[in-house]
Design a protein around this ligand. Structure first.
Ligand SMILES: [Zn+2]
Length: 164
């Protein structure tokens, strides 16, 4: 985006946006390939930049998530059911009281990064790797760590991979 973007009139902005959109779609593959390369050069930096971008533009993030939810509704639904049946298959069970005990034990703190906001249930050994839903496999993790971790196993306190 050009530096003097804010000096343009509304019509000019619309034209400019349209042009950059066309450019983007014409060069989409190269751009994605480039981004992928940049990511693998330094994944930590790329993730940090993406997180920062999300913080700087919450409305863009929200709109993107909304678009994704609409276009991928069937997939999300299927994923949810797949996960439910996986949990059932792996076995294990815990009550909300037990979860509360775990939260107390860890002092409402994310075991990976130490933050105390938005605690979620994390399966230490992920469901997709045969982890059970038993309370012994449940630890508190912040939303950020939990979603970044995905199906990996992390070392507590440092967001370091134990196993991929
Ligand atoms: Zn965390």
């Amino acid at each position: 985006m050009c530096k003097n973007y804010h000096l343009l009139t509304e019509e000019q902005k619309i034209v400019k946006r349209q042009k950059s959109r066309e450019y983007y779609y014409a060069h989409r593959e190269q751009k994605i390939e480039y981004q992928r390369k940049q990511y693998w050069k330094d994944p930590t930096k790329a993730i940090a930049a993406a997180v920062q971008h999300g913080k700087d533009h919450p409305e863009m993030k929200k709109a993107r998530q909304h678009r994704y939810a609409i276009t991928h509704r069937a997939k999300l639904n299927a994923d949810w059911h797949k996960r439910r049946s996986r949990i059932k298959f792996n076995g294990g069970y815990h009550t909300s009281a037990e979860w509360q005990e775990v939260l107390d034990k860890y002092n409402n703190t994310c075991i990976y990064c130490g933050t105390r906001i938005k605690m979620t249930k994390d399966h230490r050994i992920p469901i997709n790797r045969g982890g059970t839903n038993d309370i012994s496999n449940i630890v508190p993790a912040c939303l950020s760590c939990n979603s970044t971790k995905r199906d990996n196993i992390w070392e507590p306190n440092c967001r370091i991979l134990v196993a991929v």
